[in-house]
Design a binder for this molecule. Structure first.
Ligand SMILES: [Zn+2]
Length: 350
């Protein structure tokens, strides 16, 4: 099958589209597993980190891609949730369902947690094999979800839902600041915080992305290249500060995140796209009684909930641009340049 692969880590020049051995099928499928013919796969920052090199063992050639959607081709023994021909979206987080965290329903804390495209063969390929628990049948919407939209849904929406709803527990009337609009996680956090009834302030370094954020419900937008965000947030809240800050940027924003929070505020982080080593003035944390919340992906109940929300017409993914598989490297380059408004998608098959 054709796949977007790397044979070693490094720059994006490592990315190639090549023939690789077919994914398992028929009797070779493990019990509880499903082979999905991928129609579209969406890119995430995770995929850039995988190309540049993450700790852990790679098995080259490594197939990239965490997010995907397609048609069920074959099912292993014991699969009843889906059948061949079903149109499905894939939750890229694979849990063992046996460790203490899984037994408690916290599947993204699994001691054996693995992600498609990082620890396992990814979705940028003709077919991918996943546990049936990781599939959701596409909800019926009008107009129908495109394959690109379906592929763009899972990772960022799940990540954002857990951050905003479960971890930060955003309530109606609270003020939430979301850094760096334009990427999938930020846009999803904005829309979910609006669903919760919050007042949402969004930042970007690009005015075009701020226009887009207002179109998706942002109450206030700030250009973090030309404006001092903490000062603006204080001014917008009569000196009080924001209740919640959503930070997936890391080094470039962390100190400002702590400066713009109200007393008792919560900072929730799911990533560090500008680097992980931040400076924290602990006096600010204890005196103001801040809560710092880590968050990664989400559990099965949260995934079911976001799929249900999608079925109501909420949280429909925002697609930036769709590339054919042969041009997958150009898609990665657009993501690395940070030019996107929404999700960058690769169409794997018609
Ligand atoms: Zn587990």
């Amino acid at each position: 099958m054709r796949a977007c692969i790397i044979r070693g880590t490094g720059s994006l020049d490592r990315i190639e589209v090549a023939d690789v051995p077919d994914a398992p099928s028929g009797a070779a499928l493990d019990p509880g597993h499903v082979r999905v013919a991928v129609r579209a796969a969406a890119l995430n920052h995770l995929d850039l980190f995988v190309v540049h090199g993450l700790p852990g063992d790679y098995h080259f050639p490594h197939i990239l891609g965490a997010d995907g959607a397609g048609v069920v081709e074959a099912t292993g023994h014991g699969v009843s949730a889906v059948k061949p021909g079903d149109r499905v979206m894939i939750n890229p987080g694979i849990s063992d369902y046996t460790c203490e965290y899984c037994r408690a329903g916290e599947h993204s804390l699994c001691v054996n947690y693995r992600l498609l495209g990082e620890h396992l063969p990814g979705t940028l390929a003709g077919s991918v094999v996943v546990p049936d628990r990781n599939l959701a049948v596409l909800p019926t919407l009008a107009p129908p979800l495109t394959w690109a939209e379906a592929a763009a849904f899972s990772l960022v929406t799940l990540t954002a839902w857990r951050m905003v709803v479960t971890r930060a527990a955003v309530r109606a009337g609270e003020t939430v600041l979301v850094w760096g609009s334009g990427g999938g996680v930020s846009l999803a956090c904005l829309r979910i915080a609006k669903l919760r009834g919050a007042r949402v302030i969004v930042t970007s370094s690009q005015d075009a992305k701020l226009v887009e954020a207002r179109r998706h419900g942002a109450d206030v937008t700030l250009n973090h290249r030309t404006q001092k965000v903490s000062r603006e947030v204080r001014a917008l809240t009569a000196g009080r500060g924001a209740d919640v800050v959503v930070d997936h940027v890391g080094e470039a924003t962390w100190e400002e995140s702590l400066r713009l929070l109200a007393k008792g505020g919560r900072l929730v982080t799911c990533g560090a796209t500008t680097g992980p080593k931040v400076v924290t003035d602990l006096r600010r944390v204890f005196w103001n009684q801040y809560t710092i919340l880590g968050s990664t992906m989400g559990n099965a109940a949260e995934y079911a909930e976001i799929v249900r929300q999608l079925g109501t017409g909420a949280l429909r993914p925002i697609v930036d641009r769709v590339y054919p598989l042969a041009e997958a490297r150009a898609a990665f380059e657009r993501l690395e340049r940070g030019e996107q408004l929404g999700k960058i998608v690769v169409q794997v098959a018609e």
